[in-house]
Design a protein around this ligand. Structure first.
Ligand code: FES
Length: 232
């Protein structure tokens, strides 16, 4: 008898509860490293978590066993209603057209992680992208954006320039600011809402884990004002 095929990676949003992750999705921590100007400049690997075929990740921010769910959402009477739309990313973007690169930005997906603010900022680099160095910097900053709200587009092929992402989830930590950020979901893992509708599959998105986002399940940067900390 042959083994049944292994289910692929998948995330299911549970109504007023956690994210149920299936398919052996690797889980680790990535920390934001800030440059001399105080803006994020690179990622640093943090803690790794044991491999598991399935697990539930806290979505309300109240678990005492973060990043995992411990059922605290019940006592906290967590309202996890999903308010994000299911439309595609490109439906609602601002486009910056540069001589060497184009950028698209969607406020709807932005998690305020600010890799696009390094140096002169991604938009200034795109406008100056006739210069190869400025073009490279615009691409670098767009590709470092964990939420995929900022995307660089090749002028010749018209294709998105995406970082290579294996399926996985990273817990974002920002030690310099003393806050914890969202779940960085990589590699186009399908994300299904509580009502069974799948969101657009994207190479990178960020999911709220503090419970405060007004655009659940996606992070909208509210963890910053809330001073969310995933660890004591
Ligand atoms: S983790 Fe960013 S808004 Fe909740």
């Amino acid at each position: 008898m042959s083994d049944s095929p292994k289910a692929g990676p998948r995330i299911k949003v549970i109504k007023d509860g956690p994210y149920l992750v299936r398919g052996g999705v690797p889980l680790n921590e990535e920390r934001i490293v800030r440059g001399p100007d105080g803006e994020p400049c690179r990622w640093e690997k943090g803690e790794s978590y044991p491999d598991k075929e399935s697990y539930s990740l806290c979505r309300c921010g109240a678990s005492k066993a973060k990043p995992y769910c411990d059922g605290s959402h019940v006592e906290a009477a967590f309202d996890g209603r999903e308010t994000a739309g299911h439309g595609p990313y490109l439906e609602n973007v601002e486009r910056t057209v540069g001589p060497g690169i184009d950028l698209t930005y969607s406020e709807e997906f932005c998690a305020c992680v600010r890799f696009c603010h390094g140096g002169k900022g991604a938009w200034s680099y795109a406008e100056a992208s006739g210069d190869p160095e400025a073009r490279a910097r615009a691409v670098e900053e767009a590709c470092a954006c964990p939420s995929g709200s900022l995307v660089a587009w090749d002028k010749t092929t018209g294709a998105a320039i995406e970082p290579a992402c294996e399926p996985g989830i990273s817990l974002i930590e920002d030690p310099r600011s003393g806050v914890s950020g969202p779940l960085w979901v990589k590699g186009a893992i399908p994300i299904e809402s509580a009502d069974g509708v799948e969101y657009e599959r994207r190479n990178r998105v960020t999911l709220c884990r503090c419970g405060r986002s007004a655009r659940k399940p996606f992070c909208d940067g509210s963890h910053l004002a809330a001073g969310f900390k995933s660890k004591p």
